[in-house]
Design a protein. Structure first.
Lengths: 138, 138
DNA sequence: ACCTTTGGTTACCTTTTGAAACTAACCAGT
DNA sequence: ACTGGTTAGTTTCAAAAGGTAACCAAAGGT
């Protein structure tokens, strides 16, 4: 591991009132891993990428229903952040009612298999992990 | 994607006062992906796994210095949670001063390559992502 | 008796996330 | 014109996660 590979002070410009950009940014490009992994480390990005990867082009409300317990606010922020990173693209259809579809970009598609592997690993190991959690009463 | 693959209500038993277990649990084993991915979705788990994967057996304080901006409290919680999931193991040496080393379990080792791939992807794509972020002024 | 070290824990506070109500824009029925 | 329904958000305020800094326990040195 390179020196300074992980070390970095993260400053997050997230705006609590969603007034301006409402997009999550951790500046300082000193740590390649963390700059990007922080984004995946939020609660919803991975799920959104998996969903778009599985379903192709999906509408806002459909994403929300599919994930089930993401708030509109967090879904908005997550999608905008992923859009800012060039991982998903946003397509507005001037219909009525308005329709907005999201899909993975090429970059998003290149990320997808790695996330799917993680998801597969989780599925393979979850049963035993849940057992271990119950036993762990340290 | 299976029905109910993602949908789930997450209830988190994390204790804010660290009184009892201080370990993060999201029960309800209905969603395999999320049960496990939620753990990786916290701020520090991925970094700890990468570090232990790179360095083998590492002491508490050494992990903290290497990551740089994780607080003792969060590192404790992160390590306990990973231990509860059987991803890292804890080894206490009754020396003086006390020495506690952490390393990946077999399960942790099986998870490592997937996280490393993610990390590699991040490194390959970060330069362009950072550019895109700057341009994104929606 | 006092100081040092490691590996924590605790109380307190700030930032991030969640829940739910509200808005904008447009249409359909009455 | 008025009511209600749709989608895709925003806003407000409370809850949860995370950060800061002080404290503890155990042993060893001086």
């Amino acid at each position: 591991m390179k020196p300074g590979f992980i070390h970095e002070t993260v400053v997050d410009f997230q705006l609590n009132t969603m007034k301006k950009s409402s997009v999550k940014f951790s500046p300082s490009d000193k740590c390649p891993v963390r700059t990007v992994l922080d984004r995946l480390g939020d609660k919803w990005s991975v799920l959104v990428i998996l969903l778009l990867g599985a379903k192709g082009s999906v509408r806002f409300n459909h994403i929300q229903k599919e994930i089930g317990d993401v708030s509109q606010k967090m879904l908005t922020i997550t999608l905008k952040s992923l859009e800012a990173d060039g991982i998903v693209s946003r397509h507005v259809f001037a219909e009525v009612p308005i329709r907005v579809e999201y899909r993975l970009t090429e970059r998003g598609e290149s990320l997808l298999p790695h996330i799917q592997q993680l998801s597969d690993w989780a599925e393979e190991n979850m049963r035993q992990i849940l057992k271990d959690r119950k036993q762990y009463v340290a």
